[in-house]
Structures are given as structure tokens and as C-alpha cells.
Design a protein around this ligand. Structure first.
Ligand SMILES: [Fe+2]
Length: 385
């Protein structure tokens, strides 16, 4: 997160004595990325974060790959994924490679009886349905429909939902999730032509500081194993922190679309980037205004990337019979384009209400057994006349 933020009490000088009012010292923890060279924060904690009582269990949660190699366009009916009470159990991986795990989730209950930490991957949670509060040791973030929550690896969190009706698209990235470099200056500040700016970020607020001893379970995901770790102190014991590495939110509704006289390519919709994939937000916007423009996209060959599109809301102009929560996957290597009829149908239209999230991966995606269960099986022939 290329913006500085701080919450709570911190000492005037880093790495110096920071005394508790009751005597003794607070414990400092550097929470960094890319060794000591990436973004980092300094946290000040009541208890030593290294105190571990026991490793209670370990469970293999590797995605079950059903199709490793393929060259077939797919349509997955995302809302057919079963709702489950537990937040972690509800997470259903559907598309996977060595850079990313894309999951669908419909959790019914708030995560309150344990804490969770992903030690492998940054998480990008897109909230399609539901609202609530992400609670972390860096503070809390209220979320609602349309929010992206960016949770850097290592952040310990819980999540509260306001109702049982929740639908999430979750990307676990083994590469840091960043805002696009093309929109930032040398200092990290977002430039004037960026479709969003720092004011749009939902930064953590209301730092929860628990001075509490007992039995606290943190489920930690590392190399696709979920370890159940028992800690003797409350994981949210931070009295203050500052730095650049922390969770934040961003609403897709704050993405300001870039439009033109003729059709603009997907990079204008880019919202996040990593070394291995990009995330684009397709938002309601005015269509192209050249007198002879064709608002629907041209056919294109994404030779060296897989394109996954997750449909959120509105009428998606380039496709027929697309419903909320559907995923289309266009594998690299073959061209794809608008559905028959939609090219012509788009001419003369002045705006679109479509809302979608696209993830383009530079390595091919594999399909899990759960993905095959919600695959319509015939989408690859949908361009036939
Ligand atoms: Fe495409």
C-alpha cells in the first residue's frame, strides 16, 4: 500500500524504549515484505508476538485439481457454490495456478471463534453480496457491496457479517498485490490520470487493543496446510503502529472509468497489478462517441494470458444469458470476442450499466473439481451461428 498510515500510540523514535504506563516495555514488531526491502509497518504490542503454546493440528487444504491442461472456454455458475457457516470452509477454490488461487465463498456466519492468517498469499476479497466489518490487528475496516479488501500476507484477521447472505470472490496472490505502476509517480502517489486516488481508499480505523490472556486459536495457512496454532495472548494486542504495509479497502463504485471516441482496451479498466496477473474493474460508463463506433469489444487473441471475468451486476453487453456470479474463462491461445448478435446490437447504445471484475493471469489456470461441478460445459461453442 503506497501510502503512509498510523493508528494508536507509537514512540517518537523507532527502535527505542516505549514504556507501558503500568511499567515494562511494549514489544516492537517489524511487519515487512520482500525481506527487508518491501513495504513494512512497525507494530507495538502488549505481549511478545512470538509466544506460542501449541500447534494443535494441521490439515491439507490443497485445491483438488480436476483439469490441469485445457484449451476450452468455460462458463462457471458461481452462485451455485454452496453456502456454509464457517468462513474458511466456505472458501471454494475454482481456478488455480502457481501464482493465484481464485475462490468463491458464501459464508453465513461471522468469523469469531478463531483468528485467521494467510502466511503464503496476499488476499483480495471482492464483496459481491453482504456487508460487515473486517477486524485485524491493524484496525478495522467496514465493508459493503462492491468493496475490494486487500489483506497483505501475514495479517491476522476476523470478519463480521451483518447478515447470512454473503457472496465473495477471493483471490490469493503469491505475489504482492499493488496498484498499477503506470498510475503512480516516483514517490508512489497516484497521478492525475489514474481512475482512482488516495481519497478513495478505506483505511483501517478503530484499533482494537485487547490486553487479554487465555487460549486463542489462530489458523495459519502455509503451503496449503492449515495449522491450528494455540497462542496464550489475544492476537489483537497492538497499541499503535505506523508504516506502509496494512490492509485496506477500495470500492469498485469509486473506480472512474476511462472512455474514448473508439473502444478502449481492458488496460484502461486496470485496478490492481502483480507480477503474475492484473485485476480490472468494468464499471458503468458512457460508451464510445465516434459516429461510427462499435461499443462491443473486438475479437481478440489473448495468446499469452488467461482471462477470467466475474459478472457482478448490470447487463453485460458483449454476452448473452449472463447472470450474477457467472464466471467466464477464456484460455490463452485462442481468440474470443462478443457473443453472436451483440456486436451489432451494441451500435447506437450510449451507455452500459455492466459491473464486472476481470482477472488476467500470465500463466494458464487449472480447474478444480468444484469448478467442474458448476461448469455449463457448452460455453466454448457459444460463438457458433
Ligand atoms: Fe477478453
Amino acid at each position: 500500500m503506497p501510502i503512509y498510515h498510523k493508528l494508536g500510540k507509537i514512540p517518537a523514535k523507532r527502535h527505542t524504549q516505549f514504556e507501558k504506563p503500568t511499567g515494562g516495555l511494549y514489544y516492537e514488531q517489524l511487519f515487512g515484505t520482500v525481506g527487508f526491502a518491501g513495504m513494512s509497518s512497525l507494530l507495538y504490542q502488549i505481549y511478545r508476538p512470538t509466544m506460542l503454546k501449541e500447534i494443535l493440528s494441521e490439515k491439507n487444504i490443497s485445491p483438488n485439481i480436476a483439469v490441469e491442461k485445457h484449451l476450452k472456454s468455460r462458463l462457471l455458475k458461481g452462485f451455485d457454490i454452496e453456502a456454509k457457516d464457517d468462513f474458511l470452509e466456505s472458501r471454494t477454490p475454482v481456478l488455480v495456478n502457481s501464482d493465484i488461487i481464485i475462490s468463491l465463498a458464501a459464508p453465513r456466519k461471522s468469523l469469531r471463534n478463531y483468528f485467521y492468517k494467510n502466511a503464503d498469499a496476499d488476499e483480495l476479497i471482492f464483496v459481491h453480496q453482504g456487508s460487515g466489518k473486517l477486524r485485524t490487528q491493524f484496525g478495522n475496516i467496514d465493508f459493503e457491496y462492491g468493496d475490494y479488501l486487500v489483506i497483505p500476507r501475514g495479517v491476522i484477521y476476523q470478519i463480521d457479517f451483518n447478515s447470512e447472505n454473503n457472496r465473495l470472490l477471493i483471490s490469493e496472490s503469491f505475489h504482492p498485490i499493488l496498484t498499477p505502476k503506470k498510475y503512480r509517480n516516483n514517490f508512489g502517489q497516484l497521478l492525475e490520470h489514474s481512475p482512482f486516488c488516495e481519497r478513495d481508499y478505506k483505511l483501517p480505523t478503530e484499533l482494537e487493543t485487547h490486553e487479554e490472556k487465555g487460549d486463542f486459536i489462530v489458523k495459519i495457512k502455509k503451503q496449503n496446510i492449515l495449522y491450528e496454532m494455540l497462542y496464550p495472548t489475544h492476537p489483537f494486542d497492538v497499541v499503535g503502529w505506523d508504516g506502509y504495509n496494512f490492509p485496506y479497502g477500495f470500492s469498485i463504485h469509486n473506480f472512474e472509468p476511462i472512455t474514448g471516441r473508439v473502444h478502449q482496451p481492458p488496460p484502461v479498466h486496470q485496478n490492481f497489478e502483480t507480477d503474475a496477473f492484473v485485476v480490472c474493474s468494468f464499471c458503468p460508463r458512457l460508451f464510445d462517441y465516434h459516429p461510427k463506433s462499435i461499443p462491443a469489444p473486438y475479437n481478440h487473441s489473448n495468446i499469452d494470458s488467461d482471462e477470467m471475468l466475474y459478472y457482478v451486476d448490470g447487463d453485460f453487453m458483449s454476452r448473452n444469458d449472463i447472470k450474477q456470479g457467472y464466471i467466464t474463462l477464456h484460455p490463452g491461445g485462442i481468440p474470443h470476442g462478443p457473443a453472436p448478435g451483440s456486436y451489432e446490437r451494441s451500435i447506437g447504445q450510449t451507455s452500459t450499466a455492466e459491473l464486472a471484475v476481470m482477472i488476467d493471469t500470465f500463466r494458464p489456470l487449472q480447474l478444480t473439481q468444484e469448478a467442474i461441478k458448476i461448469d455449463d460445459g457448452k460455453y466454448y461453442q457459444s460463438w457458433l451461428e
